[in-house]
Design a protein around this ligand. Structure first.
Ligand code: SF4
Length: 353
């Protein structure tokens, strides 16, 4: 499937460009108190290593806004300040070097306050995300129409102040409402869109809701940045976001494992084998090429090689050993116990070809 991306305006968040066909950026949110500079910086560094490209922090008071400068000196990805209720926190955050401000039209809406933020953001050359959330609507109804109207009227207000450096999100906890709201909005505006389903729940439920919601929109060509929200460690959000982008061939993050579901023919403990392989690929990803390699891991030799036709490289297990194949041809046999080591060795070489 070829996805034609929606034409959107180019916006710069620090050194990350979004919109106008730039790669869809992965965002996540730090989950420790922003005022605890050591803890938040250390979490962001881990997130960065995992593949997070833009990070957001909650700014709930002046100390948190002032912490931004020191946090930024310790990290290498753009930092977004998440502001609610108190417009002055946006001003302090910009003063302290935030690369983008997220405002919620439901709780910062007074013209004189928004104009001050817009003027300061314009001067600093940073974008504002108009982050509509169905759970905190003020003037409009908490439904699809209301979310779209809220975003458009806030954009009008910003444009009246001469501010055009805008990103938009329209998040709801209902997957179908979120999809509808983004689709409607996408027809009415060229500003880039940050996608997300809010309050999705635990990892299991949240990954599914996000994959459906964000995935459906991405498949439509809508979306310039994404955040998977989970009641879980932020690294899980980043991993899930990467999986969604990989599944739609929108980004490549190195080898993708295609493993069979197993059945009565399976000749190996494939579930554990794939888990171990996944762990190895994620801890040693720096040794591998970022080329989009499809790696098939199949439980039997009967259907394995055939089922793995779409893969670049893979293994199909037999009673005592496994058959390694590359570009649809058998390369060699390897012992089951050495499978992970051998696959990894082959992958390293394969990436260099
Ligand atoms: S590859 Fe073999 S073990 Fe895996 S599902 Fe197919 S038939 Fe079953």
């Amino acid at each position: 499937m070829n996805i034609t991306r929606r034409s959107s305006k180019e916006i710069k968040i620090g050194n990350v460009k979004i919109g106008a066909g730039h790669p869809i950026a992965i965002q996540s949110m730090a989950k420790v108190d922003t005022r605890n500079i050591a803890a938040v910086s250390s979490q962001i560094k881990q997130m960065q290593k995992c593949g997070c490209e833009v990070v957001r922090v909650a700014v709930k008071d002046k100390d948190a806004a002032c912490a931004i400068r020191r946090i930024k000196s310790k990290i290498n990805i753009p930092l977004v300040a998440d502001i609610h209720f108190n417009y002055e926190l946006a001003l302090f955050s910009i003063e302290n070097g935030a690369d983008k401000i997220r405002l919620n039209p439901g709780n910062i809406y007074k013209k004189d306050q928004v104009s001050k933020i817009a003027a300061m953001a314009n001067k600093a050359g940073i974008p504002i995300r108009v982050g509509v959330n169905s759970g905190s609507m003020r003037k409009y109804s908490p439904n699809v129409e209301g979310m779209v109207k809220s975003a458009l009227s806030y954009i009008n207000m910003l444009e009246d102040f001469g501010f055009y450096n805008i990103v938009v999100s329209l998040k709801a906890s209902s997957v179908s409402e979120t999809i509808e709201a983004y689709r409607k909005f996408a027809k009415k505006s060229r500003y880039p869109l940050h996608l997300g389903i809010t309050a999705t729940g635990t990892t299991e439920e949240g990954r599914i809701k996000s994959a459906i919601g964000i995935g459906a929109l991405l498949a439509d060509g809508i979306g310039d940045t994404i955040r998977v929200s989970l009641t879980a460690d932020p690294l899980e959000e980043i991993e899930a976001a990467k999986e969604i982008l990989k599944a739609l061939n929108l980004r490549s993050f190195g080898p993708e494992i295609i493993s069979c579901p197993t059945c009565g023919r399976c000749e190996v403990d494939l579930i554990n084998m794939v888990k171990k392989l996944e762990g190895k690929l994620s801890t040693a990803s720096s040794q591998l090429s970022t080329r989009p390699i499809k790696l098939a891991v199949m439980g039997c030799e009967v259907n394995g090689p055939g089922e793995a036709r779409a893969a670049d490289f893979g293994i199909a297990f037999g009673k005592t050993s496994g058959v390694l194949f590359r570009d649809k041809k058998i390369v060699k046999r390897i012992k089951k116990a050495e499978a992970i080591k051998e696959i990894f060795k082959e992958l390293k070489n394969y990436g260099k070809n």
